[in-house]
Structure formats: structure tokens, C-alpha cells
Design a protein around this ligand. Sequence first.
Ligand code: 3PG
Ligand code: MN
Ligand code: MN
Length: 506
Amino acid sequence: MSAGTPGILLVLDGWGHAAAGEANALTAAATPYLDGLLATCPTVLADASGTAVGLLPGTVGNSEIGHMVIGAGRPIPYDSVLVQEEISSGRMRSNEALTEVLKGLAASGGALHLIGLCSDGMIHANVQHLQELLRIAAQFAVPRVRVHAITDGRDVADHTAAAYLGLVDTFFAEAGIGEVATVVGRGYALDKSGNLELTEKVSLAIVDGKGEAISEPQEALELTQRGDEWVPPCVVTSADGRPLGAVQDGDAILFTNFRSDRIQQLADDLHTWLAGRRVTFLSLAQYDTKASIPALVHRSDAGGGLATVLGAQGVRSVRIAEAEKFEHVTYYLNGRDSNVVPVEEHVRITGDRAPDYTVRPAMNIDRVTEAVISAARRDDVPLVVANLANIDVVGHTGHFDATRQAAEHTDRAVEAICGAAQATGRWVLLVGDHGNAEKMLTDATDGDGWPYGGHTTNPVPAVLVPAAGQKAATPAGPATLADIAPSVLALLGLAPEPRMTGRPLW
Ligand SMILES: O=C(O)[C@H](O)COP(=O)(O)O
Ligand SMILES: [Mn+2]
Ligand SMILES: [Mn+2]
């Protein structure tokens, strides 16, 4: 192993690879600098979805698993997979935490409230899990199950919420139990920016039955001006105007999202609202809530990765990202470990927030770029890790032209960062964490596809821009995100952790 060269690991969030076409906002963008790098630098396409990273076969990648695997250097069995195994094997039926609560409800006459994202986007939740949970509730003779349905339109195509609510109805019919009590869009229910005004509206609907009164769940979908994501908090009421499913003492709440980051603000808020009341809380997978909520399924250990080696060797790294992706280059990249080693520095870029990302596709990329360049100029920092969020965050709007512009801003930022890297003797390793902006339309079955802002199963480019005078060949053979940590370590002249299964690409 050579002496090692300092570098920059630059994650281009949502930077997937697909052939040019009318759905591809990345190839439609004028990105001369990135095009030049892809044509002249050692490049490989890395698998960032499905089993290669620890997801179920064919499942789209996401920012959490993407950054965890980039950091861990091995696939990490993700929460969705662990939950799925419990359900498919039938083990969920004898899950101790669940069955204890269900027996209690059967004895006391309390209701079970299921709160979660109602789609099969497989990033935060899978609506199919409700089917088994309803069957189990029926088996334990729970008197009532109330579903608080969060509509999606972000991980799946917009205007699909009606179909998912219809599917939930078939689960009710099959299990012989269950009713939808509230309906609300994920824009309100899954805010993670700390905007408690949004969250409290949802808590108010769930706890007190206050919101837009509807008599059928599907009526909620007529009340949104901005698609499934922004369905206002709606409460199903009976003929006498009383809410069907407000939470009562003696009830239990089970959150059905398997991913924590977006449901945890609501979970904490509900926990605070219901403090002192006799309500039991459970979550399908383990959450990072302030409140301690027992989980039905525990998460995988994602430690023993890049951060472990850097910490043990005393190698300083600076982690830089906009607020939207800050946890990704810190907590998730470090294997969901919130203990920061002393040689690690964090720079969280905040700035003006546009109410709608299509209005300002540049986001705060200039500030991220400045922070990366100033860290790159420091001799005491062998590794800078940064995330450029624009392609993914703007891509999620499903707005083709804004996403094209996001890619153009990213191109200019990468040029500036690579310029600074050349001047400071650093390599730059560019990699996507999952696909997004290379597919902005759903697959067309007849006629044109619909706008699509979700992630994809496409591979992501991994490109090494060598330091001045550094030699690097194009890697042969297949690659995955698990190869990134061993590559970074090899470039820094460090040995991989024994648990890493990826291989150095350079
Ligand atoms: O939470 C979100 O914004 C999307 O559902 C998934 O996007 P992420 O995995 O990039 O955070
Ligand atoms: Mn991402
Ligand atoms: Mn995303």
C-alpha cells in the first residue's frame, strides 16, 4: 500500500445512471464539467439498490442505506428487510412486545391505532405490512383497529393515494377488522425539519379528532391543492359528527414506518401530547426518538466502518452537508452512531429555505462548496466528506426543469471543488448514493409516463478524479457502494476494517 494521499469524498445525492431520454433530467442538463470527468477519469457504475446494499431484491436505494453502506464498506441488512423477515416467516405473530400489548387490548377493550405511510415505496414503509398486522390483531381478538393513513406521492407517483386506501380496505375486509380514522399527507405528518406547526395539526387529528371532517377516507383526497403529499389533516366522522378514532385511555399506538427519520418528530409529538394518559406506544422498527418507544424489530449493527478506522488512526475528517443531508454524512455514514470521535468535525450548512425547492434549485450549494474548499485547504484534514443535496432534493419535487437546473448548479460546484482539490494535492471520489434524477417519469404503460420524483434502482457512477500526478486505472468487474469505504481508505494509505466486504476500486 502506498503512502496515501489526502482526498475528498463527494456524495452527489440522487445521482443515478441511465441512458439519455425524455425522463432523464441529468442528461438533459448542461453539465460540461461532469461530462468531462465521466469521459476522462477512471469511472465505474456501482450497484446502490436491492441486495447489493442490504435491501430486498429490486428495492430502490435510499439516502440512509446509501450512506450507511458507503461508510460501512459492507451491505447492512436494512430495517425493511428485518421487518419483512419477521412478517414472511410468521414470527411477527409471536412477537413478544406485540402480543403482550394485543392481549392487553383484548382484555381491556382498548383500540389499536396503526400510524404510518400508506404506500409501497419501500423507503419509509410498506402498506402490505398492514395486512399481517390486521390479521394478527384479529387473531388476538383486539376489539377495534384504527388506521391513521399518511398519504405519500413522493416515494411513489403522485395521485396514487386512492389506490392505496382502496388496498387497505381490502385488508380490512379480509381480516374482518379495521377502519381508517384519519387521513393526512406526508408533508404534514412526516415533516423532519422541526416545523411543529405541521406536526401538531396531525397530533390534533389523531388525539382529539380535530381536522377536516370527512365521512369516507377517499374524500380527503379531494381536499388537497398540492397532490397526495399535502392532503390536509382529515378526520373520519360518524353520522352524529363524532370522530371515529380519537385516541382514548387504554388504547395502544403502533407506528408502522420502518424508517425512523421522518416519523420520529410525529412520534415524539404524540408521546408528549399523551404524557400522563394511559396509552401504550410501539414502533415496527427501532426509532431515534427522544421518547423511548419499544420496537418490534431491532436494527442491524452498522458499525466497524470508515469512521472506526479514521478514529482509531487519529485521521481527521470534516463532514459537510446542507441540513437536509447533514445526518447522512455524519450519523448514517458512521453506522448510526451518534458518538463523534474527537478527530471528526461537522459543518451543517443552513441558509434560506425556499418554501418550494423548484423556486431555488441552487439551494445553498455555494455555501457547501465554500466550506468544502476551505476544509480542503487545511493540511491537518486528510479527508473531507461532503454531500451535494440538490439533485435528490429537487428531484423529489418531480419537476423536470428544476431538477435539470439542480444538476447544472451541481456541475459548477463540482468544478470548483475539483479545482481546489488539484491545487491542494487531493483526489476527489464522486459517487451517487442512489438514483433519482435520471428518471423523472414513471414507466409508460400506455402513452406518456407521469412525473416521478422518487428514487430508482439504477446504478450510480463512482468516479475518481486523481490528485495531480496520481495514477489510477479504471476498475474492472462489478462494483457496489460497499466498495467506497475500502477505496477511500486505500487512497488514504489505510487498511480496511476486517468487517468490510467491499474491495478497493483504486
Ligand atoms: O424522506 C424522503 O425525503 C424520501 O422519502 C426519501 O429520500 P431520502 O432517502 O433521500 O431521504
Ligand atoms: Mn440520497
Ligand atoms: Mn431522496
